[in-house]
Write a protein of this length. Structure first.
Length: 233
């Protein structure tokens, strides 16, 4: 029975180790989770790309305005410089001047819209950069917190492993092999206590005869329903 008692104590340690391992896995997954950062970074990349396009359109508009201004200046000289006196030529130049002025006004309106659009995206870029910085700050705080928890958990696991190794020396080899096999097939729970004549693994009630058999025999007795090893304190 000492071997089975040690096996029951081993089960408690293994259950604690399983829980601690799961906690560490959750911590590692949480630390590796960069979803929010990636979402904001993708938005920033999109905004940066849009700003590059807007800057391209802005340069084109500015270049076009410069060309219009040069043409207007040339026409102004023709109109008021005295080099043209023919009425028909003067009328054609005046029409060109009117057309260029309208074209200039249209292009200035277009440039203004581009600059407003550019300001909007610059604002989005600033907001995105601020969001990135906030997320990184929170991630660093979380990293420090979880790193401390992980270190404490690993220390606790190390102590439990030492206890586990000592206990394993008290368990018969065939019992230990059966225990490890059941741990793999029974979701980590190989041995369960019998309380109020009931298997705590599957909640099936045991007969008095079965209970006496478990108490008297020194060999392993398994539950007929869930197949786990039964232990009576």
């Amino acid at each position: 029975m000492d071997s089975i008692k040690s096996m029951f104590d081993l089960q408690k340690i293994d259950s604690k180790l399983d829980k601690l391992k799961n906690n560490i896995l959750k911590i590692e997954n949480e630390l590796a989770n960069n979803t929010n950062l990636e979402i904001v970074q993708n938005k920033i990349n999109h905004t940066t790309s849009k700003l590059s396009e807007i800057e391209k359109f802005k340069r084109q508009s500015e270049n076009k305005l410069s060309e219009i201004t040069q043409k207007s200046s040339s026409i102004e000289k023709q109109l008021y410089g005295g080099s043209v006196s023919n009425p028909k030529e003067m009328e054609a130049i005046e029409n060109s001047r009117i057309f260029l002025n309208k074209e200039k006004t249209d292009e200035e309106d277009k440039l203004l819209k581009i600059m407003i659009y550019q300001d909007e995206f610059n604002k989005k870029l600033q907001e995105g950069s601020a969001a990135i910085n906030k997320i990184k700050t929170l991630m660093n705080i979380k990293k420090d917190k979880f790193s401390n928890i992980k270190s404490e958990t690993e220390i606790e696991m190390s102590k439990l492993i030492t206890k586990k190794e000592k206990l394993e020396t008290k368990i018969k080899k065939n019992h230990l092999s059966q225990y490890e096999l059941l741990r793999k097939t029974k979701n980590g729970l190989a041995i369960v206590k019998v309380e109020k004549n009931t298997c705590q693994g599957c909640r099936i009630a045991l007969t008095t005869t079965e209970l006496q058999k478990i108490i008297q025999l020194k060999d392993i007795i398994q539950c007929k329903m869930c197949n786990r090893i039964l232990y009576v304190s």
